[in-house]
Ligand binder design. Structure first.
Ligand code: KIV
Length: 296
Protein backbone atom coordinates (compact mmCIF):
# COMPACT_ATOMS: atom_id res chain seq x y z
CA UNK A 1 0.00 0.00 0.00
CA UNK A 2 1.19 3.52 -0.76
CA UNK A 3 1.21 6.20 1.93
CA UNK A 4 -0.48 8.65 -0.46
CA UNK A 5 -3.74 10.16 0.85
CA UNK A 6 -6.77 7.94 0.09
CA UNK A 7 -8.05 10.15 -2.74
CA UNK A 8 -9.49 7.16 -4.58
CA UNK A 9 -12.38 5.03 -3.30
CA UNK A 10 -10.34 1.84 -3.60
CA UNK A 11 -6.70 2.92 -3.40
CA UNK A 12 -4.29 0.27 -4.57
CA UNK A 13 -0.68 0.80 -5.53
CA UNK A 14 -0.04 0.74 -9.26
CA UNK A 15 -2.17 1.85 -12.17
CA UNK A 16 -5.26 3.98 -11.49
CA UNK A 17 -8.22 1.66 -12.17
CA UNK A 18 -10.33 3.00 -15.06
CA UNK A 19 -13.67 2.61 -13.17
CA UNK A 20 -12.32 5.07 -10.57
CA UNK A 21 -13.03 7.87 -13.04
CA UNK A 22 -16.78 7.23 -12.74
CA UNK A 23 -16.42 7.20 -8.96
CA UNK A 24 -14.60 10.55 -9.05
CA UNK A 25 -17.47 12.02 -11.10
CA UNK A 26 -20.04 10.53 -8.73
CA UNK A 27 -18.24 12.02 -5.72
CA UNK A 28 -17.78 15.40 -7.42
CA UNK A 29 -13.97 15.16 -7.26
CA UNK A 30 -12.17 16.76 -10.18
CA UNK A 31 -10.09 14.67 -12.56
CA UNK A 32 -6.67 16.07 -13.49
CA UNK A 33 -5.26 15.43 -16.95
CA UNK A 34 -2.20 16.85 -18.71
CA UNK A 35 -0.41 16.04 -21.94
CA UNK A 36 3.10 14.55 -21.95
CA UNK A 37 5.38 13.44 -24.75
CA UNK A 38 8.46 11.79 -23.20
CA UNK A 39 9.66 9.77 -20.21
CA UNK A 40 10.72 12.67 -17.92
CA UNK A 41 7.41 14.48 -18.37
CA UNK A 42 5.51 11.22 -17.76
CA UNK A 43 7.49 10.69 -14.55
CA UNK A 44 6.98 14.28 -13.36
CA UNK A 45 3.23 14.17 -14.04
CA UNK A 46 3.03 10.91 -12.08
CA UNK A 47 5.02 12.42 -9.21
CA UNK A 48 2.68 15.43 -9.15
CA UNK A 49 -0.35 13.14 -8.70
CA UNK A 50 -1.95 13.71 -12.12
CA UNK A 51 -4.73 11.18 -12.88
CA UNK A 52 -4.62 10.99 -16.68
CA UNK A 53 -1.84 11.64 -19.18
CA UNK A 54 -2.66 12.31 -22.80
CA UNK A 55 0.00 11.62 -25.41
CA UNK A 56 -1.66 14.23 -27.59
CA UNK A 57 -1.19 14.99 -31.26
CA UNK A 58 -0.69 18.57 -30.00
CA UNK A 59 2.92 17.27 -30.01
CA UNK A 60 2.91 18.11 -33.73
CA UNK A 61 2.68 21.80 -32.81
CA UNK A 62 4.31 22.20 -29.40
CA UNK A 63 7.16 19.68 -29.79
CA UNK A 64 7.72 19.30 -33.52
CA UNK A 65 7.00 22.88 -34.59
CA UNK A 66 4.24 22.23 -37.12
CA UNK A 67 1.39 24.66 -37.83
CA UNK A 68 -1.31 22.06 -37.05
CA UNK A 69 -1.82 18.52 -35.77
CA UNK A 70 -2.85 17.12 -39.16
CA UNK A 71 0.55 15.76 -40.26
CA UNK A 72 1.23 13.84 -37.02
CA UNK A 73 1.74 10.13 -37.76
CA UNK A 74 0.74 7.02 -35.87
CA UNK A 75 4.42 6.03 -35.57
CA UNK A 76 5.17 9.32 -33.80
CA UNK A 77 2.39 8.69 -31.28
CA UNK A 78 3.52 5.07 -30.79
CA UNK A 79 7.11 6.22 -30.01
CA UNK A 80 6.02 8.99 -27.65
CA UNK A 81 3.61 6.64 -25.86
CA UNK A 82 6.48 4.19 -25.28
CA UNK A 83 8.54 7.01 -23.74
CA UNK A 84 5.70 8.34 -21.58
CA UNK A 85 4.72 4.91 -20.26
CA UNK A 86 8.35 4.30 -19.19
CA UNK A 87 8.05 7.37 -16.94
CA UNK A 88 4.41 7.28 -15.76
CA UNK A 89 3.30 4.34 -13.63
CA UNK A 90 0.15 5.46 -11.75
CA UNK A 91 -1.72 7.67 -14.25
CA UNK A 92 -3.75 6.15 -17.06
CA UNK A 93 -1.94 6.94 -20.31
CA UNK A 94 -4.21 7.79 -23.23
CA UNK A 95 -2.74 7.85 -26.74
CA UNK A 96 -4.26 10.18 -29.33
CA UNK A 97 -5.26 8.59 -32.63
CA UNK A 98 -3.84 11.03 -35.19
CA UNK A 99 -5.69 12.28 -38.27
CA UNK A 100 -5.86 9.58 -40.94
CA UNK A 101 -5.45 6.69 -38.50
CA UNK A 102 -9.15 5.87 -37.94
CA UNK A 103 -11.33 7.56 -40.58
CA UNK A 104 -11.23 4.93 -43.35
CA UNK A 105 -12.87 1.93 -41.68
CA UNK A 106 -13.55 0.21 -38.37
CA UNK A 107 -10.79 -2.27 -39.23
CA UNK A 108 -8.28 0.57 -39.71
CA UNK A 109 -9.34 2.13 -36.39
CA UNK A 110 -9.06 -1.17 -34.48
CA UNK A 111 -5.69 -2.05 -36.08
CA UNK A 112 -4.15 1.29 -35.20
CA UNK A 113 -5.65 1.40 -31.69
CA UNK A 114 -4.16 -2.08 -31.11
CA UNK A 115 -0.71 -0.75 -32.15
CA UNK A 116 -0.99 2.10 -29.63
CA UNK A 117 -1.81 -0.36 -26.86
CA UNK A 118 0.50 -3.25 -27.83
CA UNK A 119 3.55 -1.32 -29.09
CA UNK A 120 3.06 1.98 -27.27
CA UNK A 121 1.82 0.58 -23.96
CA UNK A 122 -1.20 2.94 -23.86
CA UNK A 123 -4.04 2.18 -21.46
CA UNK A 124 -6.62 3.81 -23.73
CA UNK A 125 -6.93 5.82 -26.96
CA UNK A 126 -8.66 9.08 -27.89
CA UNK A 127 -10.29 10.03 -31.16
CA UNK A 128 -11.91 13.26 -32.33
CA UNK A 129 -15.44 14.26 -33.47
CA UNK A 130 -18.91 12.77 -33.50
CA UNK A 131 -20.36 11.61 -36.85
CA UNK A 132 -18.45 8.67 -38.33
CA UNK A 133 -16.11 8.64 -35.32
CA UNK A 134 -18.98 7.27 -33.20
CA UNK A 135 -18.99 4.02 -35.16
CA UNK A 136 -15.16 3.87 -35.01
CA UNK A 137 -15.22 4.44 -31.25
CA UNK A 138 -17.73 1.60 -30.82
CA UNK A 139 -15.62 -0.75 -32.94
CA UNK A 140 -12.49 0.02 -30.90
CA UNK A 141 -14.36 -0.32 -27.56
CA UNK A 142 -15.83 -3.66 -28.77
CA UNK A 143 -12.29 -4.84 -29.53
CA UNK A 144 -11.44 -4.35 -25.84
CA UNK A 145 -9.67 -0.99 -25.88
CA UNK A 146 -11.02 1.90 -23.78
CA UNK A 147 -11.81 5.01 -25.85
CA UNK A 148 -12.02 8.68 -24.87
CA UNK A 149 -14.13 10.93 -27.14
CA UNK A 150 -13.35 14.55 -28.04
CA UNK A 151 -15.91 17.12 -29.26
CA UNK A 152 -16.11 20.91 -29.62
CA UNK A 153 -12.97 22.33 -31.21
CA UNK A 154 -11.41 19.27 -32.84
CA UNK A 155 -8.00 20.45 -34.13
CA UNK A 156 -7.65 17.63 -36.69
CA UNK A 157 -10.61 19.13 -38.61
CA UNK A 158 -10.05 22.79 -37.69
CA UNK A 159 -10.17 23.81 -41.37
CA UNK A 160 -13.75 22.55 -41.68
CA UNK A 161 -14.63 24.32 -38.41
CA UNK A 162 -13.27 27.64 -39.74
CA UNK A 163 -10.05 27.61 -37.72
CA UNK A 164 -9.02 27.24 -34.09
CA UNK A 165 -12.10 28.85 -32.59
CA UNK A 166 -14.76 28.15 -29.98
CA UNK A 167 -17.57 25.78 -30.97
CA UNK A 168 -21.21 25.35 -29.89
CA UNK A 169 -21.93 29.06 -29.57
CA UNK A 170 -25.44 28.94 -31.09
CA UNK A 171 -28.30 27.01 -29.48
CA UNK A 172 -28.43 24.66 -32.45
CA UNK A 173 -24.67 23.97 -32.48
CA UNK A 174 -24.66 23.53 -28.71
CA UNK A 175 -27.39 20.87 -28.94
CA UNK A 176 -25.56 19.11 -31.80
CA UNK A 177 -22.38 19.04 -29.69
CA UNK A 178 -24.23 17.49 -26.73
CA UNK A 179 -25.86 14.94 -29.08
CA UNK A 180 -22.40 13.97 -30.37
CA UNK A 181 -21.14 13.54 -26.81
CA UNK A 182 -24.17 11.38 -25.92
CA UNK A 183 -23.63 9.26 -29.04
CA UNK A 184 -19.96 8.73 -28.09
CA UNK A 185 -21.08 7.70 -24.60
CA UNK A 186 -23.55 5.20 -26.13
CA UNK A 187 -20.67 3.88 -28.25
CA UNK A 188 -18.90 3.02 -24.98
CA UNK A 189 -16.47 5.95 -24.50
CA UNK A 190 -15.31 6.16 -20.87
CA UNK A 191 -14.91 9.98 -20.91
CA UNK A 192 -15.35 12.90 -23.30
CA UNK A 193 -13.02 15.88 -23.85
CA UNK A 194 -14.90 19.15 -24.41
CA UNK A 195 -12.58 21.66 -26.10
CA UNK A 196 -13.26 25.38 -26.50
CA UNK A 197 -16.99 25.40 -25.83
CA UNK A 198 -19.03 27.92 -23.81
CA UNK A 199 -19.09 27.12 -20.08
CA UNK A 200 -22.91 26.82 -20.11
CA UNK A 201 -22.78 24.20 -22.88
CA UNK A 202 -20.02 22.23 -21.11
CA UNK A 203 -22.01 22.31 -17.86
CA UNK A 204 -25.12 21.02 -19.66
CA UNK A 205 -23.09 18.25 -21.35
CA UNK A 206 -21.58 17.30 -17.98
CA UNK A 207 -25.07 16.99 -16.46
CA UNK A 208 -26.41 15.05 -19.44
CA UNK A 209 -23.56 12.51 -19.53
CA UNK A 210 -22.99 9.67 -17.06
CA UNK A 211 -19.30 9.45 -18.04
CA UNK A 212 -16.87 12.19 -16.97
CA UNK A 213 -16.22 15.26 -19.11
CA UNK A 214 -12.70 16.68 -19.29
CA UNK A 215 -12.69 20.35 -20.25
CA UNK A 216 -10.12 22.49 -22.00
CA UNK A 217 -11.44 25.99 -22.51
CA UNK A 218 -14.84 24.75 -21.32
CA UNK A 219 -15.26 26.50 -17.96
CA UNK A 220 -15.15 25.14 -14.43
CA UNK A 221 -18.18 22.82 -14.40
CA UNK A 222 -16.69 19.85 -16.25
CA UNK A 223 -15.66 16.77 -14.28
CA UNK A 224 -11.98 17.41 -14.98
CA UNK A 225 -9.52 19.64 -16.78
CA UNK A 226 -6.73 19.07 -19.28
CA UNK A 227 -3.95 21.43 -20.35
CA UNK A 228 -1.12 21.04 -22.84
CA UNK A 229 2.26 20.60 -21.10
CA UNK A 230 4.19 23.24 -23.07
CA UNK A 231 1.35 25.82 -22.83
CA UNK A 232 0.87 25.55 -19.07
CA UNK A 233 4.60 25.47 -18.29
CA UNK A 234 5.54 28.43 -20.51
CA UNK A 235 7.63 26.28 -22.79
CA UNK A 236 6.01 27.22 -26.11
CA UNK A 237 6.42 30.49 -27.92
CA UNK A 238 3.49 30.16 -30.37
CA UNK A 239 0.02 31.58 -29.80
CA UNK A 240 -1.44 30.18 -26.56
CA UNK A 241 -5.24 30.07 -26.46
CA UNK A 242 -7.04 32.30 -23.93
CA UNK A 243 -8.00 29.33 -21.77
CA UNK A 244 -4.38 28.51 -20.92
CA UNK A 245 -3.14 29.35 -17.43
CA UNK A 246 0.66 29.48 -17.17
CA UNK A 247 1.95 27.76 -14.05
CA UNK A 248 5.63 28.28 -14.85
CA UNK A 249 7.90 30.11 -17.30
CA UNK A 250 10.24 27.26 -18.24
CA UNK A 251 11.14 28.86 -21.57
CA UNK A 252 12.53 31.94 -19.80
CA UNK A 253 14.32 29.77 -17.22
CA UNK A 254 15.96 27.70 -19.97
CA UNK A 255 17.10 30.73 -22.02
CA UNK A 256 18.55 32.30 -18.87
CA UNK A 257 20.40 29.06 -17.95
CA UNK A 258 21.76 28.59 -21.50
CA UNK A 259 22.91 32.23 -21.53
CA UNK A 260 24.88 31.70 -18.29
CA UNK A 261 26.39 28.49 -19.71
CA UNK A 262 27.49 30.29 -22.91
CA UNK A 263 29.03 33.07 -20.84
CA UNK A 264 30.93 30.55 -18.65
CA UNK A 265 32.26 28.60 -21.66
CA UNK A 266 33.45 31.77 -23.38
CA UNK A 267 35.08 33.16 -20.25
CA UNK A 268 36.63 29.82 -19.21
CA UNK A 269 34.63 29.77 -15.95
CA UNK A 270 33.31 26.33 -16.95
CA UNK A 271 34.45 23.60 -16.48
CA UNK A 272 35.88 23.89 -12.95
CA UNK A 273 38.09 21.38 -11.09
CA UNK A 274 34.98 19.54 -9.79
CA UNK A 275 33.79 18.87 -13.36
CA UNK A 276 37.01 17.17 -14.52
CA UNK A 277 38.58 13.71 -14.09
CA UNK A 278 41.98 13.35 -12.42
CA UNK A 279 44.68 10.69 -13.04
CA UNK A 280 46.53 8.88 -10.23
CA UNK A 281 49.73 10.88 -9.60
CA UNK A 282 52.19 8.20 -10.78
CA UNK A 283 50.21 7.56 -13.97
CA UNK A 284 50.08 11.23 -14.78
CA UNK A 285 53.86 11.64 -14.37
CA UNK A 286 54.63 8.63 -16.55
CA UNK A 287 52.12 9.79 -19.18
CA UNK A 288 53.66 13.29 -19.26
CA UNK A 289 57.13 11.79 -19.55
CA UNK A 290 56.01 9.58 -22.46
CA UNK A 291 54.22 12.46 -24.15
CA UNK A 292 57.28 14.74 -23.86
CA UNK A 293 59.61 12.08 -25.35
CA UNK A 294 57.37 11.56 -28.40
CA UNK A 295 58.74 13.14 -31.60
CA UNK A 296 56.73 16.19 -32.70
O1 KIV B 1 -3.70 16.72 -28.61
C1 KIV B 1 -4.02 17.22 -27.52
O2 KIV B 1 -3.19 17.65 -26.72
C2 KIV B 1 -5.45 17.27 -27.19
C3 KIV B 1 -5.85 18.07 -25.98
C4 KIV B 1 -5.83 19.51 -26.30
C5 KIV B 1 -7.15 17.63 -25.44
O3 KIV B 1 -6.24 16.71 -27.88
Amino acid sequence: MSDKPPRYASWTAGKLPLPELLELKRRGEKIVMVTAYDAPSGRLADEAGVDLILVGDSSGMVVHGRESTVAVTLDEIVFMTQWVTRGAKRPLVIADMPFGSYETSNEQAIGNAVRLVKEGGADAVKLERGGTSVERAKAVVDSGIPVMGHVGLTPQTATVLGGFKAQGRTAEQAQALIDDALALQSAGCFAIVLEAVPAAVAAAATRALDVPTIGIGAGGDTDGQVLVWHDMLGYYEGHAPRFVKRYAELGKTIVEALGRYAEDVRSGAFPEEQHTYAMPEGERESFELKASSQPR
